[in-house]
Ligand binder design. Structure first.
Ligand SMILES: Cc1ncc(COP(=O)(O)O)c(C=O)c1O
Length: 372
């Protein structure tokens, strides 16, 4: 058993248990099981927090992406530019729709290299999906300009980037449509699957509301082909409670990242993430070691420290995609491949204790000195 987990959700529950129990009982009492008043309240509260007019509660981050791609008219054969350093859910729905992901290499911080995007754009390219990986903002000014110049749609995958911002504008405001996940371990996590889609565009909003709910106009009048991808009332109620704490929790994440950087800055053979307030909201604190990543991880495991790897295999090298035409054979991405072999995510969650931070830093330094 790890003494320090990568993420400890029990601790957060303990701090807000009474409020959560009350919200759960109330929702069940109202039999508000699918959509309903709690979800509507959450959509309003979340949209307000992000500073955007429209939010649509859905069943997961993956369904948020699928519905967004449907709303933007992704068709078989369309090419969509994205990053290989992301969770597979960014790309799965594109493949389901018959589209072809074009993987562009990444930069030192793990995000897509915006300077390599334009050389991959041809007539078949219809859109760009930008992912703020680990909670670090992609350079959206540049990518928005590229999308506009080439008349491409832009989706932001903000699954790891709740409250992240660039020049005071929050993630979710740059895309034509943007998607958030509330997977339990995310910076804002539900108690099951849930997600939300946000947009400035009223037409997208109206269409997405229908797409998530069987293309319904009225209960049994279906005007477009949709799906059943709605947010549960219980998740809406839980998220309404947790949303009040999100800013406080995010500040604590950034504070912990600063402590990590301060303590690790003089250690040889590791690269640290840059900490800029709210430009990175530290869903994950990811460092790069020079060598022996697996030995370092094993050492930490033996000490009871639950470090992770995000992600060990870039998407263009995943077995499921490897042999397809967008796999490695056609698409060498040297920075991504090197990156995947060197990254380590250290435990980071708002409730981690300073004594635990001290212990894990001491052991991480020992491991790097021994093997790195
Ligand atoms: C970058 C990214 N995109 C999409 C998803 C999919 O979200 P979900 O697990 O809520 O379906 C996740 C998280 O799981 C993610 O980290």
């Amino acid at each position: 058993m790890n003494r320090i987990k990568l993420v400890d959700l029990q601790r957060q529950y303990d701090t807000i248990k009474n409020e959560l129990r009350e919200a759960i009982d109330r929702t069940i009492g109202n039999t508000d099981f699918i959509l309903g008043s709690e979800v509507e309240r959450f959509e309003k509260n979340f949209a307000e927090m992000i500073g955007i007019p429209y939010a649509i509660g859905v069943s997961s981050g993956t369904s948020a992406l699928l519905l967004s791609y449907l709303a933007l008219g992704v068709d078989p054969g369309d090419k969509i530019i994205t990053t290989p350093n992301t969770f597979i859910a960014t790309v799965e729905p594109l493949i389901l729709l018959g589209a072809e992901p074009i993987f562009v290499d990444i930069k030192d911080d793990g995000n897509i290299n915006e300077d390599l995007i334009e050389e991959r754009i041809d007539n078949g390219v219809k859109g760009i999906v930008a992912v703020h990986i680990y909670g670090k903002m992609v350079n959206m000014k540049k990518i928005r300009a590229i999308a506009d110049r080439h008349n491409l749609f832009l989706v932001e995958d903000c699954a790891q980037a709740h409250l992240a911002e660039s020049d005071g504008v929050k993630a979710g405001n740059f895309g034509d449509i943007s998607c958030f996940s509330f997977y339990p371990g995310k910076n804002l996590g539900a108690y099951g699957d849930a997600g939300v889609i946000v947009t400035h565009n009223k037409d997208h909003y109206e269409k997405l509301k229908m797409l998530r709910n069987h293309g319904r106009k009225t209960k049994y009048e279906h005007t477009i082909n949709g799906l059943g991808e709605r947010m549960d009332g219980l998740q809406g109620a839980i998220l309404n409670v947790k949303l009040k704490y999100l800013e406080r929790w995010t500040k604590r994440r950034i504070e912990i990242a600063k402590i990590y950087n301060e303590n690790l800055k003089n250690i040889a053979n590791i690269d640290l993430p840059e900490v800029k307030d709210f430009e990175h909201v530290f869903h994950l604190y990811v460092v790069k070691v020079k060598k022996n990543r697996d030995k370092i991880l094993n050492y930490l495991k033996e000490k009871g420290i639950g470090a992770g790897i995000h992600y060990p295999i870039p998407l263009h090298m995943q077995p499921v995609y490897y042999n397809r035409k967008y796999g490695k054979k056609y698409n060498d991405l040297p920075v991504s491949e090197d990156f995947a072999g060197r990254v380590i995510s250290l435990p980071l969650f708002p409730e981690i204790l300073n004594t635990e931070i001290k212990f894990l830093l001491k052991e991480f330094k020992n491991a790097v000195k021994k093997f790195g």
